[in-house]
Design a binder for this molecule. Sequence first.
Ligand SMILES: *[C@@H]1O[C@H](CO)[C@@H](O)[C@H](O)[C@H]1NC(C)=O
Ligand SMILES: *[C@@H]1O[C@H](CO)[C@@H](O)[C@H](O)[C@H]1NC(C)=O
Ligand SMILES: [Zn+2]
Length: 492
Amino acid sequence: MLVNGLFGLFFLTTPFKPTEFANERCLSDNYYGTYGDTSLFLLSPDSECFESLPAAAPPGFIDSGSLSVLEANHQLMYIHKVPVQDNTDSLAQLTEALDRLNVPHPNSGASDSQTPFGLGSQDKYSFLHYTGADAIISVPPHLVPHIDKALPRSFKAYVIPTEPLSITPVPDEAIHRVKIWLKNLESDKEIASIVSDISIPQMRNDIRYLTGEDLGSPILSRHSFSEGARIAASWLRDRIENTGARCELRQFLVGFAPNVICRYKSLDEDAGTVIMSAHYDSRGSFGSVRHPGGDDDGSGTTAILAIARTIARKRIQFKSHVELVLFAGEEQGLLGSRHYSRQSAHPCSKNFCTETLLGELRDKGTNVTLMVQSDMLAYHAPGEHAQLAFPETIGTPEVAYLVSNVSSLYSPELELGYTAVCCSDHQSFHENGFAATQLFERAGPIADPMYHNTGDTSDRKGFDFNQLRSIAKVQLATLLHVAGYKIKPEDW
Ligand SMILES: *[C@@H]1O[C@H](CO)[C@@H](O)[C@H](O)[C@H]1NC(C)=O
Ligand SMILES: *[C@@H]1O[C@H](CO)[C@@H](O)[C@H](O)[C@H]1NC(C)=O
Ligand SMILES: [Zn+2]
């Protein structure tokens, strides 16, 4: 256990991939995750490992570390600067934003640590380590769920686990399977006809309900702690169950809206599991109660719903297990997907996660053969071509090749590319040794001026429903090719 007293800790951040250190025990035993293109290692300065490091590590490596003192029971958080085009958010603004969280609540006594904005002696955040653009902070656990609401839009906060993560590379066998799918990939007329059934008017209706643009929708926000997120979760469950799946609202942390996990029956019980996912929680501007999350990630969520609706209309029966999953807690640091993909290591301190539910896919040895996360699919700068991009860093390159080849077959209008935008829920699966990638709306950095903003609705310039439909077609075509399927007879 890491956060249990006042002690010094050496923070080491490197641009290297953790798998490159898999044979360097001292590092692999002290790995605390990858954030953007930075891997984090935490070492006790009086450990043998720390002493042996300068000799073992590449030149210059150790210079990227620094020593800090931790406050008792504080939670460590990694603040990652997301690549956003023309963005000027600075570290000074970050500090200012976090200072706002340290202002005591007007109705609370100064030492009341129970209220979210109370300010006691150990109730302040502190900066521990800078990596240039990014930062590591330590915060009292009760502030953790509120950090994302205060951050400038280009910063994203991740909870640093309290115990080291095991480095689990995607096995060669799993990559080989993806290569075989790619090798056997051929354009299929029936699949082309199925995916062309995805309907823009339907997607427009769905997304307007999720964002609250639909005046009949009670949703103001889908922030993980909001009532709207719970309404959205039940609504999504009901819609997807109507398409023949069995869904569960699975609670993963107290206070958070649940993951929505939906599963279609497989014709072959022994086959693997293919997962298509998005995150349905949202983030808005500081101080606003509106968090519509139209593009982020109402677009990915709507694509998943469009896939479900088409599965039902076209009477698809899969030959593998297929899961459509909508995660919560993404904006607080991939918390929903971390729980669903692994769950043996607690991603948070005891104070913060008062209760966790136990183990899913990895612990149970579920045979997940492919995971594709869609996060932000609809926006491109006005005047730009319709696009589809894949992550430059985190993910399985072979999965990106597979999906991009499927895209060339079924949505040739999409221009394909890569993005430095990286860390959505596929990261949780990739870290657990599952072949995974993310789909993103454009090559290059985030261009959406309404990213993490209360103006992120679907009815605006640059929000392209045609692109959203083209990408949803690619997702469904990938699913049909990889999972295999039969069409149920008419009178079924
Ligand atoms: C996992 O699923 C794939 C595809 O259905 C199958 O080829 C493979 O043998 C399965 N692996 C295990 C360990 O069951
Ligand atoms: C298709 O897959 C191959 C790998 O087999 C990859 O080199 C190529 O870039 C992919 N094509 C597209 C259009 O992405
Ligand atoms: Zn997102």
